[in-house]
Design a protein around this ligand. Structure first.
Ligand code: ADP
Ligand code: MG
Length: 152
């Protein structure tokens, strides 16, 4: 597996539109090629949208978005923050700092929601550790204004 932390930028695209918001957990989907080097599974890390504040996030890389399998690999992140608006087309900066678990199949939506909630709690705890906290302040999240690509 590629070593963590793993930094990348990815454009938010439309996902499958069939699970996240309905479950109360919207996930910003990225094109598959954004994270070519990480093994499938659930990660935690930091994310910043529009060069704004850096928030904790959970990242899922895998073949089972929501509870239905698909032939297409999905890369999606739930950012632990309440956004006023959707941000399709933005290019968030994300860094994966740690690995939580491999991907799994779920027999029910309730089981899925419950494990996602556990993963979110784990991400919150982990990101408070000093070794992860220091990545929040990484220069990667503070791109000079003339280098910002999407006008924000
Ligand atoms: P899709 O199937 O198109 O990915 P979702 O139901 O997963 O639809 O919703 C994802 C969208 O919700 C994101 O692309 C983003 O614009 C928006 N969104 C709002 N709040 C968040 C959040 N906290 N984390 C991730 N995406 C969010
Ligand atoms: Mg999504």
């Amino acid at each position: 597996m590629k070593r963590l932390p793993y930094f990348c930028l990815g454009k938010v695209v439309r996902g499958f539109g069939r699970c996240s918001k309905q479950l109360g957990i919207p996930t910003a989907n990225f094109p598959e090629q954004v994270i070519p080097d990480l093994s499938p599974g659930i990660y935690y890390g930091w994310a910043s949208v529009g060069n704004g504040d850096v928030h904790k996030m959970v990242l899922s890389i895998g073949w089972n978005p929501c509870y239905k399998n698909t032939k297409k690999k999905s890369v999606e992140t739930y950012i632990i923050h309440i956004f006023k608006e959707d941000f399709y087309g933005e290019i968030p900066s994300i860094v994966s700092t740690g690995y939580i678990r491999p991907e799994k199949n779920f027999s029910s939506v309730d089981a899925l929601i419950s494990i996602i909630q556990d993963n979110i709690e784990e991400a919150k705890r982990q990101q408070d550790l000093p070794e992860h906290m220091k990545l929040k302040k990484d220069n990667f999240f503070h791109i000079p204004e003339n280098k910002i690509m999407n006008g924000h």
